[in-house]
Design a protein around this ligand. Sequence first.
Ligand code: ARG
Ligand code: MN
Ligand code: MN
Length: 325
Amino acid sequence: MNTSMIKSRFLSNPEDIGVVAVGFSGGQGKAGVDAGPSALIESGLLSQIQNELNYKLHGDDKVNAYNDLVPKQDPPYRNMKNPGTVSAVTQRLSEQVYSHAKEGRMVLTLGGDHSIAIGTIAGTAKAIRERLGRETAVIWVDAHADINTPETSDSGNIHGMPVAFATGLAKEEKPEYFGWLKPENMLNVNKLVYIGLRDVDAGEKKLLRENGIKAFSMFDIDRYGIGRVVEMALAHIGNDTPIHLSFDVDALDPMWAPSTGTPVRGGLTLREGDFICESVHLTGNLVAVDLVEVNPSLAVDREAEAETIRAGCSLVRCALGESLL
Ligand SMILES: NC(=[NH2+])NCCC[C@H](N)C(=O)O
Ligand SMILES: [Mn+2]
Ligand SMILES: [Mn+2]
């Protein structure tokens, strides 16, 4: 098969892709999400990207566990669980993503729990500012808004907070607790758009409202259809903006992605998820993709596990241009 990918106008090496495989679960409490990237890779995702989609791969072919970064003691801080670990891992990750993005490559990050987006967004935002003098937009596809501050969070799990840190709505000076995030790492709230929301905490709703953040819930998708929702989401960002797509597999209905830590019924079909990814690819503005929260060990049986991994691979391939004829 000879695929004709749309070459992103914001990449100087659009056929090159930097892969970062983040075997990390410290942003939440359930073991197993650290095995997400290896499951995706073992099912053949990287060879598909290389051999069918014709990208030149750089970066990780094995999974980075970041064990050297885990502090001996990591007590809660401002209600956050594992704050020192998540901060250190996302800081290292931001440097990895930055180094790929700085080269003008597409960056693909395989998680891991969604806390890792603190690092991926920090890395792309900084590289795109330096290379192009532009802000990066983020399309966050998720059942959850993940915009709790340490103070609004009920769980203390940092995978429910990455957007708050990425946008600066959660602030912290101490470098060992995300104080390493600098203005050049930050995402502007006007450049953020959500798709797929259906389980948003009360404190998060308030933050979305107060900051005028654009969000398309499952209600909007039922009302307008996925086609118009994606159109409106892209219109909000503007046509001339680099896009970082952060896709939490739990945006999909558990029918398609049961093997994830915080499943919520009433989600996207796999086809709707693929459509979002295809549409973002077609803009020619995509610069980075995260796929997170695949947790192979939470499946009730092998079939449920395989289904989730297949769905995750499909989303990534669609974002990278597989559906073009
Ligand atoms: N990335 C995720 N799956 N996040 C789920 C977050 C759930 C809940 N809102 C919390 O703050 O803990
Ligand atoms: Mn989620
Ligand atoms: Mn999430």
